[in-house]
Design a protein around this ligand. Sequence first.
Ligand code: OSB
Ligand code: MG
Length: 376
Amino acid sequence: MNIDKVEISRLKMPLKNQFETSFGRLTYKDFLVVSVHSGDFIGYAESASLPYPIYNEETTGTVSYILKEFLIPKLFSAKSIKHPTDIHELFMPIRRNNMAKAVLDGAIWDLYSKQQGISLATALGGHKSEIDVGVSIGIEDTVEKVLEKVEQFIGEGYKKIKIKIKPGHDVEVIRAIREQFSPNIPLMADANSAYSLNDVNILKQLDQFNLIMIEQPLSHDDIIDHAKLQEQLATPICLDESIHSVEDARKAIELGSCKIINIKVGRVGGLTEAKKIHDLCKSHNIPVWCGGMLEAGIGRAHNIALSSLDNFSIPGDTSASDRYWAYDIVTPEVMLSQPGRLQVPDSPGIGYEINEAVLNQYVIDKELFTKELILK
Ligand code: OSB
Ligand code: MG
């Protein structure tokens, strides 16, 4: 794969509705679209990063810096890149900065699939032609507003309803949902690290609601206390923030810190590492699902392709474009094929075209990198 140039566009896209988690409120998504060019082929990916370091330590600004200063120069000075997994090797000496690595890794995976004339899903080893999808509901000012959203998304057929919780917005919200809707709706809670072991009594109360899982109740960097908590909870714990690599996943499984893992491509440094975590979890009978970072269409397309792997057996946060966006940057937009289901594209690469007209409306900065410029 001979890379001629890399283009980075920075986008600022307003969310249709603000999205609040225990770590803060987001009203827009500020992210990068990276394209890698090789002859007539172009691979695309978007950064999972947020404008502030509140989910993890990265921001769109740090992703941009690491790409320009380290990762793009590494890409251009590599002797030969035969397969996207070579990128993973190439970036290994750089510590962390996983969202920065993931965006270039993802663009190369898309490029490779297009050059091979196969879908990204096929390139990754996925076999599903359709996937079940869920939706994530943020913290609202009132319980009534949460109930309205739950009603709307159940109506759209979403196969998993995830509720953001934090101290003071937890047991009553979940109770209200269980009282208002059929006890069978697939429900879970995501705390984004808002609790500590001192809150074990609150977390234990959640056991009565038959949740599919509780996601990341404790600290963003913890796997020890989660193991202690899991011993005391009937509800499976799912880790999100704490898992950055297949090694983290191995240790968490060994310790009993979780029974389910949320795989986010950005958080783990790319599709190659995401697939490794999928495979490891499969061999330990740990189901996985694909998390989201409020992606626009390009990121969503990557998530759909990844979710076609068979151990993605729980619906992911890979909702349709209209969950967050008035207009999406891909065409067609990501739309449910039937209630709560998405088709996995079988055309080459991510399987969605870029909607340049929409994308350009949101671009606030653009930079081009060539081998000559970078290695001068
Ligand atoms: O914890 O899964 C999370 C959004 C931003 C940061 C962290 C998280 C989320 C979500 C939304 O839950 C998932 C989505 O629909 O993209
Ligand atoms: Mg989460």
